[in-house]
Design a protein around this ligand. Sequence first.
Ligand code: ADP
Ligand code: ZN
Length: 215
Amino acid sequence: MLNIILMGPPGAGKGTHAKWIADQYKLPHISTGDMFREAMASGSELGNKIKDIVNSGGLVSDELTCELVKERLSRPDCANGYLLDGFPRTIPQAEALKAFGPEIGREVNLVIDIECPSEVLISRIAGRRVCPKCGASFNVNTMKPKKEGICDYCGTPLIQRKDDNVDSFKVRLENYTKSTEPLLDYYKKEGLLHSFDGTLPILNMQSELLALLGK
Ligand code: ADP
Ligand code: ZN
């Protein structure tokens, strides 16, 4: 069974590879970023509470985030594996998952880390356009959709995320370095970490992932 965490700095390609892994291995793709954006778009209480922090690139509180993920992972569609994208992002979140994971029968057994230098990240983020409906990512320079401005998968007009600007990106990268990078050591010690080069062409990355995860 594949109970996977996908890690990497903003712009490393988590969303793109997550979509592929989830399709390939029939796993529910659980993206905390997507869940928070959906909450904001729906104008729910949670959405209003987190809007300013998410748009400025900050991190939502560990308490709120862990509660949301625990509830989501508890659902029956995660019983045969899952792919977590964007969680955990802090040591306290990892500790919480380590405690509640086995409790709800969802212990993590693999961590995939996508590495990418910051110069590459900034240019990817600047060109990124996303589908507000299905969450697919494109890039106006390097990963153009078939039809300009339109999602290949569901035909929805693409948008630029509010936090995909230079100032928010800086905050996100700082948070990554300070709060999330220490998790690499944490999962290395647990013997779960597998690191990949996020600058590889997508197809090469997919064949490396196939080699790790099986066909
Ligand atoms: P990124 O492109 O930065 O990896 P995500 O889509 O994963 O973006 O997340 C977008 C935003 O949602 C983050 O900048 C943060 O505000 C919030 N967020 C997502 N996951 C978490 C988490 N695990 N803990 C706290 N905040 C989170
Ligand atoms: Zn779409």
